[in-house]
Design a protein. Structure first.
Length: 174
């Protein structure tokens, strides 16, 4: 009986010392709160911050790869990202081509956002900042994300015209 009591106490101590999953990211939000923010609006890259992040890792990657990625960032600068509640992501480059479809999901702990398009492997991006004004996903060199992804809201005055936006800049009558 004494051995059973000691075993029970040992098990209780062991279980109580285990770290419980908080289901929160570094910003202190739950996965549900982050999902609401992510799906509440369309987003675009903060190209200056993304390029700055790429420049910071320039010495760690081959020069050819740096040039390719830098050009890819420039191609996305007028693109929009839309995250839907069914874990679909749409990237519209606003260049006349059809939007690209991918998937997104938060890690169980809520500290990574995994984004996948059909031409890429699933890459977990560490969440560094997450708010309705900015989503900052850090680089993850080991997993293949060599630069941070920095999303800001698509808003009026951004100069980006989406497929569902009417261009009102040319108001002259003909």
């Amino acid at each position: 009986m004494r051995k059973l009591l000691i075993l029970f106490v040992f098990a209780a101590i062991t279980l109580s010392s285990c770290k419980q999953a908080t289901n929160q990211n570094p910003a202190g939000l739950t996965i549900e709160e982050m999902t609401d923010i992510l799906t509440s609006q369309k987003w675009r890259y903060d190209v200056d911050q993304v390029q700055k992040g790429l420049d910071e890792v320039k010495s760690k990657i081959p020069p050819g790869q740096y040039e390719i990625v830098s050009k890819a960032i420039q191609r996305v600068q007028f693109g929009t990202f839309e995250f839907t509640k069914d874990n679909t992501i749409w990237l519209d480059l606003a260049n006349g081509s059809s939007p690209s479809q991918g998937t997104w999901v938060f890690s169980p702990e809520g500290d990574y956002l995994v984004i996948t398009f059909s031409t890429t492997k699933a890459v977990p991006h560490p969440i560094e900042k997450f708010s309705k004004d900015e989503i900052y996903l850090g680089a993850n060199l080991e997993a293949g994300a060599i630069y941070p992804k920095v999303f800001i809201p698509l808003s009026e005055g951004s100069g980006i015209i989406t497929r569902d936006t009417v261009d009102t800049t040319n108001t002259s009558e003909q």
